[in-house]
Design a protein around this ligand. Structure first.
Ligand code: 5GP
Length: 259
């Protein structure tokens, strides 16, 4: 390769990669990308993924209610809610449960609870598994499984939840779609390509959508470590992949008795 070709490839690589925080890896460099590993053996993650849920689709599976389940709220609007801020490797794997000593403590996020209850609610009555094998709140699951692996960008529980809320508000996907005519509906179907383009235009990066029976169930946005949007890799399984035309079901509260 001559020098000019080398420089062109080099510049292309620089211009298309995320920049910002250090890329220093530590620990296991053997390529053994562990899904669950103790923190000391954990390789630093490559990018963030903000996973959003579409309650209009997920709440269709609700068959009993409790006060903790946002599917049972009578006043909820049709909007994406937060699933979690995840950290991934470029090869399609991800670390999980990186610090068993950092158990979720709800007291640490007291100032955020009002916002979390609205925008990051549980869509189920069941407690979720925690990294030490116990059961806890949806927030406990997300922090312990994903948030503890976000070092060296995010080091603590409060910053994890605050950062996630901030990105969620900055890229208001529900608003972006409604402004482009993608209105929640129990009768319409929309072209997947149109939804993806609307988000690409607003966010300047390609999202990833996950469907269930042709209905949007989850929408993922990807970010560099400096929180600049980046394209998400298209790595959904065939079962999760969306068809060419998708529905965006309107949220219908499932009030079948609080228990
Ligand atoms: P959670 O356990 O946070 O509720 O949801 C994570 C689920 O999403 C897991 O079942 C995991 O297997 C799956 N998943 C699918 N794609 C990704 C990804 O890109 N990153 C992470 N961290 N999990 C993913």
């Amino acid at each position: 390769m001559d020098f000019l070709t080398f420089m062109s490839v080099f510049l292309l690589l620089i211009s298309t990669s995320c920049y910002g925080l250090s890329e220093n890896h530590h620990g296991d460099e053997e390529g053994g990308l562990l899904v669950v590993a103790p923190a000391k053996q954990q390789k630093e993650f490559d990018y963030f993924l903000l996973a959003l849920l579409w309650p209009g689709t997920l709440c269709q599976g609700t068959n009993h209610c409790c006060s903790a389940n946002a599917c049972c709220r009578s006043n909820a609007t049709s909007m994406f809610t937060i699933h979690g801020l995840w950290v991934n490797y470029n090869d399609g794997t991800w670390p999980a449960c990186c610090n068993n000593g950092s158990n979720f403590d709800i007291k640490k996020i007291t100032p955020l609870l009002g916002g979390l209850q609205i925008y990051w609610p549980s869509l189920s009555c069941n407690l979720e598994s925690t990294c030490d094998g116990g059961k806890g709140l949806f927030w406990a699951h997300e922090w312990e499984k994903h948030g503890t692996c976000a070092t060296p960008v995010i080091w603590d529980e409060y910053t994890y939840f605050l950062t996630t809320l901030n990105i969620y508000f900055k890229y208001n996907i529900t608003k972006i779609l409604i402004e482009e005519g993608y209105i929640p509906s129990n009768s319409e179907k929309y072209p997947l390509g149109g939804i993806v383009s609307a988000i690409q235009n607003a966010v300047r990066a390609t999202p990833l959508l996950v469907c269930s029976d042709g209905a949007v169930q989850e929408l993922r946005l990807c970010f560099c470590k400096n929180f600049e949007p980046q394209d998400c890799p298209n790595n959904v399984t065939p079962e999760e992949a969306c068809p060419r035309y998708v529905s965006l079901p309107e949220y219908v509260p499932r009030i079948t008795g609080i228990n």
